[in-house]
Design a protein around this ligand. Structure first.
Ligand SMILES: *[C@@H]1O[C@H](CO)[C@@H](O)[C@H](O)[C@H]1NC(C)=O
Ligand SMILES: *[C@@H]1O[C@H](CO)[C@@H](O)[C@H](O)[C@H]1NC(C)=O
Ligand SMILES: *[C@@H]1O[C@H](CO)[C@@H](O)[C@H](O)[C@H]1NC(C)=O
Ligand SMILES: *[C@@H]1O[C@H](CO)[C@@H](O)[C@H](O)[C@H]1NC(C)=O
Length: 422
């Protein structure tokens, strides 16, 4: 068991730990990491969970420093957020620059922040002050990035609700609400000028819930069905989400912006709901998200944009027990806070056990990190081998820093901490 060659193998494996650790999804799916809950695992453990799932695109609703620190030197790309409550303050360029200096600058390039979403579903409510402040806030944040020399590295956008469409059917006739024109026109000009993506939160679930007798469940769940033909284009839609995306593309084109790229900042399906929330079941959620992941894996485009793979952030990583509103709101998660799947969509992640310290290693540069990682693992490997406990999961695909760190207690954690200089 303790032969030198097996230790050498371990060393080799760990030197290439980037490859060893991966496993799971072979697709560029993004996930929304919402945190309106009191029972979620630490960001360091979530980093391990996402690595085990091969998910490397994450959207936050804020710029949580604990999360951004825990993902230093990972491959994970972040969309971070400025909440609606902070949008008006950001209209002041000095405040926006200050925010960037505090929440973005310290993390780049070690945490890959590639996009800032200013506000969430601002046009869903009726707060016209907020609506009027949105563009100036986006402009201030963009100007701040320009003055920091980061404008090509970080996009500025906002995540919108589909409610901003006046018409969404057929997709070719998609249009924005005329009463919002005053706000939306200049925002679209901003997107064209800065080449940033247009984000929408799209939930076929809501359409189904509102009218279950008229809307085909197969159509909203990506199940086999004969589809719906757009009479203007003759394009056949076999699912509602793609029809919604194309309605947004049509609305953008109708107002002179065929150049703007559409991304889905949220979509998902609740696994539980109140009595009047028809369709909110674990079965439907599993079918929706399972089929969605499959479509994303195929790098499929929509009928209108077949060569542009849909770009989607699933809502959400965890159930969030403190979200207000109907029961469904607290039940969009793919995972329970303990890391077990809420239903089976073929995602088998690994949430490491709690450990006293875990984010220290993330502070290190990748090459040096790999070296220290391998060294510590080698020593640990020798120790474990010598003590006869044999190989365990750190030889397999689920090796993580915490895994190495945790079972041996603080002494091993110190290896990371010391090298890190913290
Ligand atoms: C992980 O995902 C990336 C794309 O995000 C893919 O290229 C790679 O093959 C995946 N790896 C595994 C082991 O699934
Ligand atoms: C954002 O809003 C919250 C709540 O009003 C406030 O406590 C916080 O200081 C604001 N943050 C910034 C950066 O303006
Ligand atoms: C705005 O919406 C809220 C809740 O939807 C409603 O109570 C309020 O009366 C509305 N205000 C205006 C000015 O329409
Ligand atoms: C910014 O958005 C544009 C358009 O969607 C995209 O091509 C570009 O890659 C994005 N930049 C970054 C840094 O993600």
């Amino acid at each position: 068991m303790a032969s030198p060659s097996s230790c050498f193998l371990l060393l080799l494996l760990l030197l290439f730990s980037g490859q060893v650790i991966r496993g799971g999804l072979s697709m560029a799916v993004g996930i929304n990491y919402g945190q309106i809950a009191n029972d979620l695992p630490s960001p360091g453990r979530v980093a391990s969970l996402l690595r085990s799932l091969n998910i490397s695109r994450v959207k936050l609703y804020d710029a949580d420093q604990n999360v951004l620190s825990a993902f230093l030197n990972t491959d994970v790309e972040f969309v971070i957020g400025i909440g609606n409550e902070n949008v008006s303050a950001m209209t002041d360029p000095a405040a926006a620059l200050g925010w960037l200096e505090q929440h973005v600058l310290p993390y780049l390039p070690y945490t890959k922040i590639t996009c800032i979403a200013v506000g969430n579903e601002v046009f869903k409510g009726n707060d016209t002050t907020l609506m009027a402040d949105l563009l100036p806030a986006m402009e201030s944040v963009h100007q701040g990035l320009v003055s920091l020399g980061l404008e090509t590295k970080v996009n500025v956008t906002s995540a919108h609700s589909l409610d901003m469409l006046g018409n969404s059917y057929p997709p070719s006739a998609g249009s924005f609400r005329q009463d919002l024109a005053l706000f939306i026109h200049p925002i679209l000009n901003f997107h064209s000028a800065t080449k940033s993506p247009f984000l929408i939160n799209a939930y076929p679930y809501f359409a189904y819930k509102a009218n279950p007798s008229a809307v085909s469940l197969d159509y909203v769940l990506f199940q086999p069905n004969s589809g719906v033909v757009d009479p203007n284009t003759n394009l056949n839609y076999d699912n509602m989400l793609y029809a919604q995306i194309d309605a947004v593309y049509s609305a953008l084109r109708a107002w002179g912006h065929p150049d703007i790229e559409v991304r889905i900042s949220e979509t998902g399906w609740p696994s539980r709901g109140d009595g009047d929330e028809v369709g909110a079941t674990p079965e439907n959620a599993a079918i929706y998200n399972g089929n969605l992941l499959q479509r994303i894996g195929m790098s499929e485009g929509t009928p209108l944009k077949p060569s542009v793979p849909v770009d989607i952030y699933v809502f959400a990583l965890f159930n969030e027990d403190l979200k207000p509103g109907p029961t469904s709101e607290r039940n969009y998660g793919l995972f329970y806070p303990d890391g077990t799947p809420v239903y089976n969509v073929g995602l088998h992640g690994y949430l490491p056990p709690m450990s006293p310290s875990s984010s220290g290693m993330m502070m290190m540069m990748p090459g040096f990190r790999a070296f220290v990682f391998a060294l510590a693992a080698l020593i640990l490997g020798l120790e474990v081998a010598a003590s006869g406990t044999g190989g365990r999961k750190w030889l397999g695909a689920e090796v993580t820093a915490e895994d190495i760190c945790h079972p041996r207690g603080p002494r091993w954690c110190q290896v990371w901490q010391i090298r890190d200089g913290r």
